[in-house]
Design a protein around this ligand. Structure first.
Ligand SMILES: N[C@@H](CCC(=O)N[C@@H](CS)C(=O)NCC(=O)O)C(=O)O
Length: 210
């Protein structure tokens, strides 16, 4: 299987970390978004939306990180994606929440405006987007914190695909100044998830993005 990714992005990092944790081998190709490499005819033939990550497995082409993670986790039996309808629906619930809210409305606007713009020389943060992002972040982090007061991981007592997905943007908490201080349960949970060796094994190097 071959993964096309933009190494510094949490969307790519979480897929690579999951594969490393599961011991699923991936050929990896760096797609330099800063040079428009996701909009070349060759890449658009893999993912017509022009985004990373994307996966090929023979003639099967798959894009959207959540779908890719479920596909990778389905390669062999494991505890990250248990073969149980309710557990999978529960994991899917958190993946959906991440896509629509935690990622899109809360973390991504803050990471983009406070970190990516700085690294890519894209000008000052859009303060209105930052203010809205902070409002959404606090709304969503409060829900996450209350949930994690009841259990060590998002879906029961063991780490699952859901934890990989929801934790990924928090690796940029410091760089994007995400206001995590009031959310002690989120901090403790992130400590447990981020301690998995797979994250370090696949960590982006900001100085040399590939
Ligand atoms: N919903 C997609 C989001 C993918 C995405 O937005 N990828 C960004 C990098 S983080 C990208 O490739 N952007 C390039 C572009 O939009 O031109 C997923 O979860 O895979």
């Amino acid at each position: 299987m071959k993964l096309y990714g933009f190494t510094p992005s949490p969307n790519t990092w979480k897929v690579r970390a999951l594969a490393a944790h599961l011991g699923v081998a991936l050929d990896y190709e760096y797609v330099d978004l800063l040079k428009g490499a996701s909009h070349t005819p060759a890449f658009l033939a893999v993912n017509p939306t022009g985004r990373t990550p994307a996966l090929t497995d023979g003639d099967f082409k798959l894009w959207e990180a959540n779908a890719i993670m479920q596909y990778l986790a389905s390669q062999k039996p494991n505890t990250l994606w248990p073969d149980n309808a309710r557990t999978r629906a529960d994991i899917m619930r958190w993946q959906s929440w991440q896509l629509a809210h935690w990622g899109k409305e809360s973390c991504e606007p803050l990471i983009f405006n406070r970190l990516v713009k700085k690294l890519a020389n894209m000008g000052p943060p859009d303060e209105a987007a930052v203010a809205k992002g902070l409002e959404c972040f606090n709304r969503d982090a409060a829900v996450l914190d209350a949930h994690l007061a009841k259990q060590p991981y998002l879906v029961g007592n063991d780490v699952t695909v859901a934890d990989f997905v929801v934790a990924a943007p928090l690796f940029h908490a410091q760089g994007a100044d995400l206001p995590l201080a009031p959310y002690k349960n989120v901090q403790a949970w992130f400590g447990r998830v981020s301690a998995l060796p797979c994250w370090q094994q696949t960590a982006p190097q900001f100085a040399a993005a590939a």
